[in-house]
Design a protein around this ligand. Structure first.
Ligand code: UD1
Length: 387
């Protein structure tokens, strides 16, 4: 889609979309970077309402200083079809009213694809931030969201060089791809000094006792349907964490989906050990504090694989693959799946040696959103270079 230079409105208007928790820390620095350009770009923030709990939503807006959304679609939870369809229906009327120069989406959640699809069908160009990541696992809902969003995006911002190869292989023109670094790491840099120390997070006396007499702690997060929606899989994941906790106490902030599944499958009893501390979902600054000082993080989250690499903290990924290979090739991440023996071997290694040293990936320097804002403005004004 070519921008029609003569009819493009000035100032340009970018409609930015967020829906779920991992979107918030990506969008925060982008909005700031657009604001820093002055009056040329006007941002409208739309929240689809995919995540709505205080702990999954409001806490993040507050901690990250994100302005209140201009529009909230209040879609809430549902099956993938219901959720995606509701976002699409409600987002269409927003586009009719706002008619922006472009729609900017981040990441790979259902809201990302839903809004991108509506925009492209209405002839409004889509900008995708965090494009090109591939797990090559089509059973993962996010992989479908990534592949399809990239196919219909006009401008694709990638976080690591592997993204370019993936996009070129899928037939996307090189003129659309920009390697800018990682906006989530912009947010991490920006907030590291404000990270809440673990002593403050565990402020009630029971929790305080939890770490007494131990040399540090580990953190566990798990929310992928493939890990938590099946009772046997979830049980083995929890059993691995319990085994590890005999050596290193484990702090386990629980995603609402995981909490519900543990309840549904009656697994609360096995988790009732003094070496695993169950907590509600953490705010951004609390999670940063927990990760920063952990000896190891066990996770199935994509974002946490990147954040631990940026923090230099060993990460054991409880999946068979990653769409973020740079965290393994250059960072502190090791892919372990749910193979108990493998996880315990990696864990022992971490306890013995401190784990992979890792280094900061290229352009994960806290400036990705500034690059994005400059590129977007240039593209709106001049279209693609060397087309
Ligand atoms: C979504 C994203 C996933 C991302 C994750 C981060 C998709 C396909 N998945 O997964 O990529 O890593 O967010 O959290 O978009 N729930 C609440 N309160 C909320 C939100 C959800 O209780 O504020 C519960 C509901 O029971 C809901 C379930 O969590 O049914 C799943 O929520 P949903 O947004 O569908 O997917 P997530 O698992 O959060």
């Amino acid at each position: 889609m070519e921008i029609n230079k003569s009819s493009a409105p000035t100032p340009y208007s970018i409609l930015c979309v967020v829906g779920a928790r991992p979107n918030f820390m990506k969008m925060a620095p982008i909005i700031e970077a657009f604001a820093a350009l002055g009056p040329e770009i006007n941002v409208c923030l739309v929240h689809t309402g995919q995540h709505y709990d205080v702990a999954m939503n409001h806490q993040y807006f507050e901690a990250l200083g994100i302005p209140q959304p201009d529009i909230n679609l209040d879609v809430g939870s549902g099956s993938h079809t219901t959720q995606t369809a509701n976002v699409m229906l409600r987002f269409e009327s927003v586009l009719d009213t706002k008619n922006p120069s472009a729609v900017l989406v981040v990441g790979d959640v259902n809201s990302t694809l839903a809004c991108a699809l509506v925009a492209v069908k209405k002839g409004i160009p889509v900008i995708h931030v965090e494009a090109g990541l591939r797990s090559f696992d089509r059973a993962m809902p996010e992989e479908i969201n990534r592949v399809l969003t990239d196919q219909i995006s006009e401008l694709l911002f990638i976080t690591e060089r592997s993204g370019r190869e993936n996009l070129l292989r899928e037939g996307i023109s090189k003129h659309r791809i920009r390697f800018v670094g990682n906006v989530m790491i912009d947010t991490l840099h920006h907030n590291l000094k404000k990270a809440v120390p673990v002593s403050k997070i565990l402020k009630n006396s029971d929790s305080e006792k939890f770490l007494t007499g131990h040399d540090g702690y580990g953190v566990l997060t798990a929310h992928r349907p493939s890990n938590v929606d099946d009772p046997d899989t979830l049980r083995s994941l929890l059993e691995i964490a319990i085994k590890i906790s005999a050596q290193l106490p484990i702090i386990f902030p629980m995603h609402p989906r995981t909490r519900d599944m543990i309840q549904k499958f009656g697994l609360n009893k096995i988790l009732d050990v003094p070496t695993v501390l169950q907590l509600p979902p953490m705010g951004y600054l609390e999670m940063l504090g927990l990760m920063k000082d952990a000896r190891v993080v066990l996770t199935d989250s994509g974002g946490i694989q990147e954040e631990t690499t940026a923090l230099g903290v060993p990460c054991i990924t409880l999946r068979d693959n990653t769409e973020r290979p740079i965290t393994v090739d250059e960072g502190t991440n090791t892919i372990a799946g749910l193979d108990s023996a493998k996880i315990l071997t990696i864990f022992d290694e971490v306890m013995l040696t401190g784990g992979k040293a890792g280094r900061t990936p290229e352009l994960w320097d806290g400036q990705a959103s500034t690059r994005i804002a400059a590129e977007v403005l240039d593209w709106l004004k001049n279209g693609y270079p060397n087309k």
